[in-house]
Design a protein around this ligand. Structure first.
Ligand SMILES: *[C@@H]1O[C@H](CO)[C@@H](O)[C@H](O)[C@H]1NC(C)=O
Ligand SMILES: *[C@@H]1O[C@H](CO)[C@@H](O)[C@H](O)[C@H]1NC(C)=O
Ligand SMILES: *[C@@H]1O[C@H](CO)[C@@H](O)[C@H](O)[C@H]1NC(C)=O
Ligand SMILES: *[C@@H]1O[C@H](CO)[C@@H](O)[C@H](O)[C@H]1NC(C)=O
Ligand SMILES: [Fe+2]
Length: 433
């Protein structure tokens, strides 16, 4: 029966695909990554930006007595600096996590390789800090999961240099099975321990359970701590940071966003503080797309869009990245459903490779505001060349390489005489500012 359904789906796929030359590959199996080091050794090491000159190092040990200390320095094997942080753990039904350590190190120099060791045990890791000036390159992919496709996406991301990874939600697809968070941590360690991974959360990261865990995000918040305190937020579920002339806003699609909410007020205070001379670019990430011409998840981002779009528009946010829909789609500049030269570009990049597979069906004909649609796994690069120009490219996963399937130059809104303004200069209702 299963075989029959698969064949039927494949047949439908072939006839709907028509005559395009590209043969889209199918699902690939989930993979599990085991722990091979000792109990005191670090596992699931990942790093994140924590203020402009600092990095947060996060790792997990089975052994609860390991100290939350990171030794680091600019020479391999010789760590002349050291920093101490704290640790936490969490329970989820019968599961108890290992000891989750978070240590902030710095001040660090730009464009510098640092070597580090976690908790005084185990292997040496290294990372490179972002540069102090443009160019700056981001890698972007959402909805990763942990399948052979995820491995493929990560290999392509790692195969070419970049400075910071941006993830618009849905990390592990653990979906309540907590050991899968550990497996995911081990899968991404080779990448996430060498470049900062800046993430926001998706629906698969929530894992809410009525009465017992009504708020959700237990594993996500404990394991993937982001610089929310550094950006004046009171929760790990939304925050912002600056890196080399860019201001990045991470929003929570599954936490309150209406005009009375804390998130809305925080966003407003954050956007008012942006100095467009210091950070000529502003990028925002959400999980659920506000614009989407795929048949999957249609309209799910509409309430959040209605609440927050005006503020992002008035603050001249350059691009809004989303995940959730397992495909790639790039829109033109939009405000309130219509093309608008001062609105953000919207991009859906939920194509990291999770076990649910691709969202293959786009509305036909595509709406005029949607410029490119493709249901394939892959990742994107955003190379910010200077204060006015950035190159965006989307790379489809392939066996051995990741060819560019879509690419375009972006101009910053702060460099446009017609659009250049800040939130406080806008006509945004003054009593709200
Ligand atoms: C560690 O060494 C670097 C040079 O490699 C130096 O700049 C730094 O001041 C040293 N730190 C300490 C605590 O000695
Ligand atoms: C920014 O980069 C673009 C593309 O390389 C170039 O055409 C432009 O002249 C640069 N602008 C400045 C101010 O350097
Ligand atoms: C990989 O790319 C090559 C050339 O770009 C193409 O011929 C081949 O079909 C691609 N394979 C997959 C699996 O996409
Ligand atoms: C944009 O506005 C800022 C501050 O008002 C100003 O310094 C800058 O010159 C303006 N840029 C353009 C391209 O108009
Ligand atoms: Fe999702």
């Amino acid at each position: 029966m299963k075989m029959f359904l698969q064949n039927l789906l494949f047949f439908l796929f072939i006839i709907t695909k028509g005559s395009t030359e590209y043969t889209r590959p199918g699902l690939r199996p989930s993979v599990s990554w085991q722990h091979h080091r000792s109990d005191s050794d670090p596992q699931q090491v990942h790093i994140s930006l924590a203020g402009e000159e600092h990095m947060r190092i996060s790792w997990i040990t089975k052994d609860r007595k390991v100290e939350s200390v990171v030794d680091y320095g600019k020479t391999a094997g010789a760590y002349n600096e050291s920093a101490v942080g704290g640790s936490t753990s969490y329970r989820y039904f019968l599961y108890t996590s290992g000891e989750i350590h978070h240590v902030k190190i710095g001040p660090l120099e730009p464009s510098t390789i640092y070597y580090y060791r976690c908790g005084g045990y185990g292997p040496e890791f290294s990372f490179r800090t972002p540069p102090s000036a443009f160019p700056l390159e981001f890698a972007v992919a959402g909805d990763l999961g942990q399948t052979e496709w995820t491995e493929s996406t990560l290999a392509h991301i790692g195969a070419r240099d970049y400075d910071v990874f941006l993830l618009p939600g849905d990390l592990s697809y653990a979906d309540f099975l907590q050991p899968l968070w550990d497996s995911f941590g081990r899968l991404v360690e080779p990448y996430a321990s060498t470049r900062p991974w800046m993430v926001t959360q998706g629906n698969h990261d929530k894992e809410a359970f009525p009465i017992i865990y009504p708020q959700g995000f237990r594993a996500y918040n404990a394991r993937w701590r982001m610089p929310y305190q550094e950006s004046g937020s009171t929760t790990n579920l939304y925050y912002s940071f600056d890196v080399v002339g860019t201001h990045i806003i991470m929003l929570g699609s599954y936490t309150d966003y209406d005009v009375d909410s804390d998130q809305y007020k925080w966003l407003q205070s954050d956007l008012i503080k942006v100095d467009r001379v210091k950070t000529p670019w502003i990028f925002a990430l959400v999980h659920t797309p506000w614009y989407n011409s795929n048949r999957a998840h249609r309209g799910e981002g509409e309430k959040m869009r209605k609440s927050m779009e005006r503020m992002l528009y008035d603050a001249r946010v350059d691009v809004v990245f989303a995940g959730h829909v397992h495909a790639y789609e790039r829109f033109t500049r939009i405000y309130d459903g219509k093309a608008d030269e001062c609105g953000p570009i919207h991009v859906t990049i939920g194509d990291g490779g999770n076990r649910e597979g691709l969202a293959t069906s786009f509305k036909k004909p595509s709406p005029s505001i949607s410029l490119y649609q493709e249901p394939s796994f892959g990742h994107a690069r955003l190379r910010v060349v200077n204060s006015s120009h950035a190159y965006w490219s989307w790379h489809r996963n392939n066996e051995t390489d990741s060819p560019v399937a879509d690419g375009t130059w972006l101009r910053s809104l702060s460099s446009s005489a017609a659009c250049n303004q800040t939130l406080s200069q806008s006509k945004f209702p003054k009593d709200e500012l």
